[in-house]
Design a protein around this ligand. Sequence first.
Ligand code: HEC
Length: 102
Amino acid sequence: MKRTTVALAACFVLGFAAPARAEDAKALFARRCASCHGVDGKGQTAMGKRLGATDLTGLQSSEAAISVAIENGKPPRMFAFKGKLTAEQVQALAAYVKGGLK
Ligand code: HEC
């Protein structure tokens, strides 16, 4: 019984915490950002073209600047995500974008 509990706890930690980070950011990007920026980040979606969404693959900004852009948005065309995403999610997305969306 005790061993089962430990095994389950290990599965939980290994399966959900550590390796899930990159995957999380990717899934989060697909869900929250891709409608405008596209899954590949190039902004070539119908909405992205209409709004003039930035091609995130060519972005020179620092990770910190990307975090600020996500939190505050780029009014009036990109809305703010502050309050919609946690600080950890913003951080993970900024790292994902800075890392070339891989
Ligand atoms: C409603 C469409 C829309 C959504 C959703 C959206 N963006 Fe944007 N984003 C834009 C537009 C439009 C711009 C260009 C704004 C400008 O330069 O005025 C932009 C610009 C940016 C920039 C560049 C900021 C800079 O420094 O020039 C980053 C980084 C960015 N978006 C990241 C994200 C991330 C990450 C998400 C998801 C959490 C996201 N965006 C969701 C429309 C969107």
